[in-house]
Write a protein that binds this ligand. Structure first.
Ligand SMILES: Nc1ncnc2c1ncn2[C@@H]1O[C@H](COP(=O)(O)OP(=O)(O)O)[C@@H](O)[C@H]1O
Ligand SMILES: [Mg+2]
Length: 306
């Protein structure tokens, strides 16, 4: 794999001007970071922290006030670069009189893909984002979550090496968000690089190799989850159905280092997915025709830090 970073920003800054061209909002200040091939990189920050601005600069949609952005080592405006990038914008704009098939074909043609390739990818992507049953419905009838899924399929129609996702789980229920995260893990497995922007901690914590925390346009921290939490010296020990004597023994051994003893704080999302999955399999058992399981729903919940 080449060692050219997929994304690189050097002192990247953006000041939006007002109507009269006077500098008004400093949306991004002096951002320098690199995203390497195959990484899932999370840009985390509250609303207005500069995430979408960073994406737009990296896609060449707006011009930097200062500094530089490189994608695959080249200028973001380069045509060869654009062909290798998939982008899910913060707001999905879709034509409400088209159906899912027509939409994906439309975007496929924008990339000048051969129609056989477009047809095959359309089938595969519609299946992958769970819209098979709704593929011939007009988008005007889609819920926000369905539109978001189609947006994801659209972002992947050119089989991009780099996928840029701006708040991909917005409008999705917990099962939908979990499926998007599964999809991101899938993309990583295929060797793709992902830039994921979100204000939701759970989105980035679960799937990102590294995370950058932005606040008011300034990079506050960058690293793996483990690195970011290294100042947290607590350790969780989980026991499976311990006897009261075993609990007492652990307490005694821990002495003054003991912080808490109790059932593990199961992640609410994992819990929710299991409840839905159980309900689905019950429905399947009684009717024999229930909705499919959400992918990964039956897996064990991720351990939570104490
Ligand atoms: N086109 C624009 N004109 C003026 N200010 C803008 C524009 N776009 C974004 N901003 C401002 O820049 C800051 C960063 O916005 P944005 O990058 O959208 O943040 P985020 O995606 O993290 O929510 C905010 O203060 C926002 O109001
Ligand atoms: Mg944004």
């Amino acid at each position: 794999m080449s060692d050219i970073p997929v994304l690189r920003t050097v002192h990247l800054s953006k000041v939006y001007a007002d109507f009269w061209g006077r500098p008004r909002v400093t949306a991004l200040s002096d951002l320098s970071l690199e995203v390497r091939p195959g990484e899932v990189f999370g840009l985390l920050g509250p609303n207005g922290s500069g995430k979408t601005t960073t994406i737009k600069l990296l896609l060449g949609l707006i011009r930097a006030t200062r500094g530089d952005a490189f994608v695959f080592g080249k200028d973001p405006g380069d045509r060869a670069v654009k062909a290798k990038v998939g982008y899910l914008p913060e707001e999905t704009y879709l034509y409400k009189f088209l159906d899912a098939d027509e939409t994906l074909r439309f975007f496929g043609r924008l990339f000048s893909l051969p129609s056989s390739v477009i047809a095959a990818r359309t089938d595969e992507l519609i299946e992958r984002v769970g819209l098979a049953k709704a593929r011939h419905r007009r988008l005007g009838e889609y819920s926000k979550g369905m539109a978001r899924r189609l947006g994801l399929a659209q972002a992947l129609i050119n089989d991009p090496s780099l996928v840029v996702l701006d708040e991909p789980t917005s409008g999705l229920d917990p099962i939908g968000s979990a499926e998007v995260k599964d999809l991101i893990v899938d993309l990583k497995r295929q060797g793709k690089t992902v830039l994921l922007c979100s204000h939701l901690l759970a989105d980035v914590e679960d799937v990102c190799d590294r995370i950058a925390i932005l606040h008011q346009g300034v990079l506050r921290e960058c690293g793996t989850v483990a690195e970011l939490l290294r100042a947290d010296h607590r350790v969780a020990v989980e026991l499976d159905r311990p006897s009261p004597e075993q609990i007492e023994a652990v307490k005694a051994a821990a002495g003054s280092a003991l912080r808490s003893v109790g059932p593990p704080r199961e992640r609410l999302e994992a819990h929710f997915r299991r409840i839905i999955s159980d309900a689905n399999s019950q429905a399947q058992g009684s009717v024999g025709n229930g909705p499919p399981h959400p992918p990964g729903a039956a897996s064990a919940p991720a351990p939570t830090p104490p």
